[in-house]
Design a binder for this molecule. Structure first.
Ligand SMILES: [Zn+2]
Length: 385
């Protein structure tokens, strides 16, 4: 009897090892992407002390999630520098972030950052230069850490990245654009984006486009924004990661790709009354996508949306229940709180015209699937370019 049990045990271990091996093998053609929105912890505001005390703990509740992907994306919305802000006074909000944030981000698991946004030049050229230097230092620990979207020269700002993620047998392109402000930030001009995509298409199997654009505090993207984003997908992008409105907007599969119009805030040092004025919800999302890339063919295997409540001043209340409050430390909502946010994201998505996306509300997350006659029963879109 003992021998039989031992034999069964050994067989199980053997099976597990084989499974692990085959999993590893198949993984080289899979790409997992985690994406979150805006990241700012200004050290030029009253909150400086709060942030320096929190340090890398800011990411303590999301670190595991952030580290669960091959590519972990965020929008770095302030220069990391000791330099003072430099803009004319008409810019009401000007931010500089902690130099230490470079380490906090790297330790949290971020390895793909966009710098194309309206704040990256808040401390001028020096601010951008310092940011590059602080991030460069982190490459010693995380050689795959990458960023683009702003530069010391126009040419540098417009640089797109084409690279093979660690252990993968395909190439990913990453491009980042912003609606404004300096010409040393890569500006979102449709003709330029299309041109860039045409170029990277020859080199890359999967194209990610980060866009900082859209009206703030609105949950439904404007018609103009929708048309532009769809044109970016039609030009050949596979995934659009949108941000800037500070709140979540809907998502959709379109043509062969996936669009997140706005991921919302992620880790922000703001307590703002502007949400109230605009009747906006302080709801954000984190995305996790699993994509298969084989022989130039891309399939979205799984698209998951996780809910974030981003009010740093007030806890989340639903009727008599109060969510655990962790100001300035983003965390995922659970239970009824998760359901509330995800239902809104679903609602905003359904308000996007001709949105052929089906949503399945699971425990504390939302699954998005393509709803297409030819694709019935599939987890996502499959196409051959
Ligand atoms: Zn912005």
């Amino acid at each position: 009897m003992k021998h039989i049990i031992l034999a069964v045990l050994l067989l199980c271990i053997h099976c597990k090892q084989n499974k692990a091996k085959s999993l590893k093998k198949s993984k080289s053609n899979l790409l997992t992407i985690v994406a979150v929105g805006d990241i700012v912890h200004p050290c030029n505001t009253k909150l400086k002390k709060v942030f320096s005390k929190l340090g890398s703990n800011i990411y303590s509740r999301t670190r595991k999630f952030l580290q669960s992907a091959d590519l972990t994306f965020g929008n770095l919305e302030a220069p990391l520098t000791k330099q003072k802000t430099k803009r004319p006074k008409i810019y009401k909000y000007q931010f500089t972030g902690f130099p230490e944030e470079a380490r906090w981000l790297r330790e949290a698991g971020f390895n793909l950052l966009s710098m194309a946004n309206n704040h990256i030049y808040d401390a001028g050229k020096k601010g951008v230069k310092d940011t590059f230097q602080y991030l460069e230092k982190q490459r010693e620990f995380s050689p795959y850490l990458k960023w683009t979207g702003a530069g010391l020269t126009k040419k540098q700002a417009r640089k797109y990245l084409v690279f093979s993620p660690q252990g993968k047998n395909f190439k990913v392109a990453f491009l980042a654009y912003s609606y404004c402000c300096e010409n040393k930030v890569n500006l979102f001009r449709l003709a330029r984006v299309k041109r860039d995509i045409r170029t990277v298409k020859k080199q890359a199997d999967f194209i990610i486009v980060s866009i900082h654009y859209g009206r703030e505090y609105t949950h439904i993207p404007s018609r103009k924004k929708r048309i532009k984003y769809k044109a970016v997908i039609k030009a050949g992008a596979d995934l659009i990661l949108g941000h800037h409105p500070h709140v979540a907007q809907g998502v959709q599969f379109y043509h062969h790709g996936f669009i997140a119009y706005s991921l919302g805030n992620f880790a922000m040092g703001t307590k703002t009354s502007r949400y109230k004025k605009r009747k906006a919800k302080m709801y954000s999302m984190a995305l996790r996508l699993t994509v298969k890339i084989e022989n130039k063919k891309v399939s979205f295997l799984k698209t998951e949306i996780f809910p974030l409540y981003t009010n740093n001043a007030k806890p989340f209340r639903i009727k008599k229940k109060k969510e655990e409050f962790t100001p300035f430390i983003p965390k995922f909502s659970k239970g009824i709180f998760a359901k509330r946010i995800l239902k809104y994201i679903q609602k905003w998505s359904k308000q996007l015209p001709q949105n052929k996306t089906r949503f399945i509300l699971k425990k504390d997350k939302l699954i998005a699937e393509i709803l297409d006659e030819g694709q019935k029963g599939m987890q996502g879109a499959t196409y051959a370019p």
